[in-house]
Design a protein around this ligand. Sequence first.
Ligand code: AMP
Ligand code: MG
Length: 320
Amino acid sequence: MTLLPVCPELHAALTAVQSAAQLCQTVRRDRQATALRKPDQSPVTVADYGAQALIAAHLGETFPTDPLVGEEDASLLAADVLAQITDYVQLQRSQVSPETVAAWIQRGKGQPGDRFWTLDPIDGTKGYVRGDQYAIALALIVEGQVEVAAIAAPALDGPDGALFAAVRGQGAWQIQGDRVIALQVSDRQATAALRLESVEREHGHPAWQDAIATRAGLVTPARAVDSLVKYALIARGEADLYLRLVNPESDRRENIWDHAAGVLLLQEAGGCVSDQTGRSLDFGAGSKLFNNQGIAASNAACHAAVLAALRAQTPLLELV
Ligand code: AMP
Ligand code: MG
């Protein structure tokens, strides 16, 4: 029987993401998963805020000195939206006031340091609103290394959803009730590899991704999946490659919370993650992956072929 390691951070993270997953599913069942707009026009819902509030509250109680670097910011929340968020948080934290809920959300606006947590309360908000895949992703980063990961994927594997965990050097697991299943990537080579990419075409460079996959010998078209559920599917051997390429001319950099937990899960399952130039990801550069561009995540067996294709074919003019 596989057991999870004795690791207080992992257990706190798993409890936190599970409580957030419960809130997100309740909001979706109530048909309240509608998109509001953030100042940058990206979508957000009451569940994004509610999930960040619950996780920040739990980490504040268990690891009060650890900063939390989360995606959401409560400072511009309208009173009616805060009231709705509070109603959902109260289902798990009875009597909590809107002011406390706002303070919990703001606790998630910490700064990266030697040791901190990073959180995407809903990764794949567009998928969440659409009724597709999404994830609640929490990771502990110590001296630039992802040490612990907890991921809830409430829309994966049936009504109870899926729960994933990883600890650096100790493994990656899926937890199904009392059962703990160790995750292991496939050994499929590039010619048999199954590829994933974002549902949102502007989140990557689909034409270049297709060209690289073809050059590396992949034959099947990419399957589109929202959120860092993509990392989990590769970690458990259901898929083998995830490309998220960005035009080398672009100054766009990925947010750490969109990748940290998925990267550790996949690495601990035997997979390989680099940026599009083959460099390993640097989680010690701040709230974004400032020292990297694009993502190539794989089962390891097809990684060299993909990097060789990337070296041979940076975007051709007609693809950009
Ligand atoms: P995915 O479903 O894999 O595309 O991941 C969703 C995440 O993509 C969101 O949480 C956003 O932080 C991120 N995102 C939003 N806009 C972009 C963009 N233009 N390029 C890359 N990623 C983005
Ligand atoms: Mg995200």
